[in-house]
Write a protein that binds this ligand. Structure first.
Ligand code: BDP
Length: 543
């Protein structure tokens, strides 16, 4: 093979460019087929962070014109991964600025020579934007990154990178909505084809065993599946349907951790999570479809804490982001609701208008699903709640206030639920509650940070939740599944320790408590859907 024509430089700097442009077109997950080939680019890449004072040397010297090693030293960087924790270099852990990734790829000759083949580079995730502040009290040119959220701002190519081909006339997007008519499943589809008007479309719907269960033609239509067996969440009974679970890891992606986390979810008997506070890798969503885990799909609207954030530029961007999230995840049966933000300053008038607009826009993008945002405001002050379908509440009784006074939780929780319900008469989800716990710390009677305290706090919440859950409280999601890294601060001991599992996925005592609870709730009503039935294959709405 002639190297010249078949070698491509994948110089992926600057990362920020990709993020700044709204994504156009469909976002179908690449699948190999007779007309589509995939080539994974995961593995070791060459990497350099631009440490120059203005962080722009890479552009000035045009590093992208030649192999990266020719313009200076490079290091090995695994993709997918965040670059922060890979090396021993402190500067890289906290790096703010442009980083450059490079990988040499040998393309099959046909890809470059066949004019009917279109080659697409797909970057699963390139993170991220930065807010940079200069401080007059510090040395000249000194800057740091300020974030308004409680997770470490890991950055880099955190999900898989791949090349794939399509014919030059190709399916760009598919939208599927479903409904049920007696015992038949109805699948409405809309297919967008690009590249030419000269095509014929044949549509086949496959079941979990790859058997064709319905046929259609043309770019839109309805398929009917008689005797359908519906997708059903893991262990969920029907009356009342109830979500119970926690938040899992989502920024990066690697299979061993993902499969381990799903095994832990099943062990717990959990049936749902929220993608706090950004969309998770597509592979995570596929696992949810497969394992029957319900998802509240949250966009990266986190840290909207200050009045100046609620402006028209942010609003416009936020709407674009919702378009991208919906476009990417709309066909997953597991997605039950969109969340447009986590803990925005929703007591502000400007936030009320802002949330109203984002929610209305999201509903227009997908009229089939409810929309929410997650609030930590007071019921009387919240300006966004009138626009949501389900009220999601975060509260940390006996943690961020009334320290140690577990005896207050039931009263405070009941008051919270009653106030919100009286005002809005909407279903409510307790979307966060929990306690910081250092595995191995014990004290009885319980003291904060011990395993006993976490357990007792959760127990008190559960007593309060049990009072309301057959009425209007439709879900409880503890914070958090596993410990996770945050910025350094006097309130964080090597990160956030509210996990019921450690960062290494070992259980704290509370994990056993939750396990008992989730299985008990699942068995309260013997609903005929079995666990086995809930394990649908990805992308198939019906088994
Ligand atoms: C909530 C946030 C979440 C934090 C949590 C905490 O939504 O991101 O990690 O508090 O303080 O307010 O542990």
């Amino acid at each position: 093979m002639a190297r010249g024509s078949a070698v491509a430089w994948a110089a992926l700097g600057p990362l920020l460019w990709g993020c700044a442009l709204g994504l156009q077109g469909g976002m179908l997950y690449p699948q190999e087929s007779p007309s589509r080939e995939c080539k994974e680019l995961d593995g070791l890449w060459s990497f350099r962070a631009d440490f120059s004072d203005n962080r722009r040397r890479g552009f000035e010297e045009q590093w992208y014109r030649r192999p990266l090693w020719e313009s200076g030293p490079t290091v090995d960087m695994p993709v997918p991964s965040s670059f922060n924790d890979i090396s021993q270099d402190w500067r890289l852990r906290h790096f703010v600025g442009w980083v450059w990734y490079e990988r040499e790829v040998i393309l099959p000759e046909r890809w470059t020579q066949d004019l009917r083949t279109r080659v697409v580079l797909r970057i699963g995730s390139a993170h991220s934007y930065a807010i940079v502040s200069s401080h007059p009290r510090y040395p000249k040119g000194y800057f740091v990154q300020n974030t308004y959220f409680d997770f470490f701002n890991y950055a880099g190519l955190q999900r898989s990178v791949l090349l794939y081909t399509t014919p030059t006339t190709y399916i760009d997007d598919i939208t599927v909505t479903t409904s049920v008519e007696q015992d038949s499943g109805l699948v409405n589809y809309q297919i967008s084809v690009k590249g030419s008007n000269l095509f014929k479309l044949e549509v086949r719907l496959l079941d979990a065993e790859n058997k064709v269960v319905a046929n259609g033609t043309g770019t839109q239509g309805q398929l009917k599946v008689p005797g359908v067996s519906l997708w059903w969440p893991y262990l969920m009974h029907e009356r009342p349907a109830y979500l119970y679970s926690l938040e899992i890891r989502g920024k990066g992606f690697d299979w061993p951790l993902l499969v381990k986390d799903f095994n832990l979810l099943r062990w717990l008997g959990a049936n749902a999570f929220r993608t706090s506070h950004y969309p998770y890798a597509e592979e995570v969503m596929q696992m949810c479809d497969r394992y029957g885990i319900v998802v509240i799909d949250e966009c990266p609207g986190v840290g909207l804490a200050l009045p100046q954030f609620f402006n028209n530029v942010s609003l416009h961007h936020h709407m674009q982001v919702m378009e991208e999230v919906v476009r990417r995840d709309k066909n997953h049966p597991a997605v039950v609701m969109w969340s447009v933000a986590n803990e925005p300053a929703s007591h502000l008038e400007s936030a009320g208008y802002y949330l109203k607009m984002v929610i209305a826009h999201t509903k227009s993008l997908d009229p089939s699903r409810p929309v929410t945002f997650v609030s930590n405001s007071n019921y009387a002050a919240d300006k966004g709640a009138p626009y949501v379908d389900v009220i999601c509440l975060n509260s940390y009784y006996s943690w961020y206030h009334d320290y140690g006074h577990l005896e207050l939780i039931q009263l405070q929780l009941a008051t919270q639920f009653e106030n919100w319900y009286k005002k809005y008469q909407k279903p409510i989800i307790q979307s966060e509650y929990g306690a910081e716990t250092i595995a191995g710390f014990h004290q009885d009677p319980p003291l904060m940070f011990t395993e006993e305290y976490q357990k007792s706090l959760l127990e008190q919440y559960h007593l309060g939740l049990d009072q309301k859950r057959r009425k209007y409280v439709v879900g409880e999601l503890i914070w958090n599944f596993a410990d996770f890294m945050t910025e350094q601060s006097p309130t964080r001991v090597l990160g956030n320790k509210k996990g019921i599992f450690t960062r290494q996925r070992q259980p704290k005592s509370a994990a056993f408590l939750l396990r008992e609870r989730y299985w008990k709730i699942a068995n309260e009503t013997r609903y005929p859907h079995s666990v086995a039935k809930s394990q649908c294959l990805e992308n198939s709405l019906f088994t």
